[in-house]
Design a protein around this ligand. Structure first.
Ligand SMILES: C[S@@+](CC[C@H](N)C(=O)[O-])C[C@H]1O[C@@H](n2cnc3c(N)ncnc32)[C@H](O)[C@@H]1O
Length: 278
């Protein structure tokens, strides 16, 4: 392949020296893109039309438009344009075999509401994962592990994530027991459907994929990254309705600013999330 290219992981190939930034080149047998990440140049390569470097995300729900709309804006849109990630939303009804595309049925044992049937979900996930044995299958569920920044960081390292979204009363337990590797909740409350939760989950981990945020440092300073909430931020003007920006932030003393931010970060955590300090 190219001189000065080293494999970091299956997903990333580092390029020693400056080959360029954000360009796409042809090498005759493969195409490659060089991008800047973490201060180094990183090369994403294509093989037989498949982008090797990109993270693949498939979202399965009854409301694909919810995810499609929300994930086609801003930073996540740019991540897709830069081909750092490919996100596809699928309608589970497309895998329902009956002529009315029914995906739910009443619960055995009685009770309110409807439960999403196992068959269309199994068939959809199996078709999508065909040829992708390492894919991680996740069910969005209020009964799952609560999403944290640490979990988001773990998922940002996956190569292929398939997300199943429930609706009605939830999904047949056999989906949980025999198809999914993980169940993720976005918090201790119940939403009407999993597509909303999946959008939050995807946004949380895609922004941590190297190269997605413009300034790589911005995720490092975020709330939770170091176990505390982020310090207060200010921008222009210096004074608004008599409320001034703290003088230390205008002083230019980097040491003092860092000390002030550390102190404010601690105070804010003590006030709003004392549980993080236990
Ligand atoms: C109305 S909820 C079902 C709630 C279920 N009966 C229960 O009590 O656990 C429908 C779907 O929305 C999604 N959902 C709702 N709240 C969620 C949350 N906090 N985190 C992740 N997914 C959620 C799940 O996919 C769930 O199957």
């Amino acid at each position: 392949m190219l001189a000065g290219v080293a494999m970091i992981s299956k997903r990333k190939i580092a390029v020693a020296g400056g080959l360029g930034c954000g360009g796409t080149k042809g090498t005759g047998w493969t195409r490659w893109t060089v991008d800047r990440m973490d201060g180094a140049f990183v090369l994403f390569s294509w093989d037989a039309g498949v982008l090797i470097g990109a993270v693949r995300i498939d979202i399965l729900s009854l409301f694909p438009n919810i995810c499609q709309g929300a994930l086609a804006e801003s930073i996540i849109k740019r991540a897709q344009s830069k081909e750092l990630v490919t996100i596809k939303s699928h309608d589970i009804r497309d895998w329902a075999r009956d002529k009315h595309h029914i995906t739910d049925a009443p619960p055995y044992g009685g009770g309110q509401g409807m439960v999403m049937k196992a068959e269309p979900i199994f068939e959809a996930v199996e078709e999508i994962c065909n040829g992708s044995p390492g894919a991680k299958v996740v069910l969005m569920s209020p009964a799952g592990r609560t999403l944290t920044q640490k979990i988001a960081a773990e998922y940002s390292k996956e190569e292929h994530v398939v997300i199943v979204c429930g609706h009605y009363e939830g999904v047949d337990q056999r989906v949980v027991d025999h198809l999914c590797h993980d169940e993720i909740s976005i918090g201790d409350y119940v939403l009407t459907n999993g597509a909303i939760a999946a959008t939050v989950f995807v946004d949380a981990f895609v922004r941590l994929i190297p190269g997605v945020l413009g300034d790589e440092g911005s995720a490092a300073d975020d709330s939770f990254a170091k176990g505390l909430l982020e310090f207060p931020q200010y921008t222009r003007p210096v004074e608004y309705r008599g409320w001034r920006v703290p003088d230390v932030l205008l002083s230019g003393h980097h040491g003092e600013i860092a000390k002030w931010r550390a102190q404010k970060s601690l105070e804010k955590t003590q006030k709003n999330r004392p549980d993080l300090l236990l």
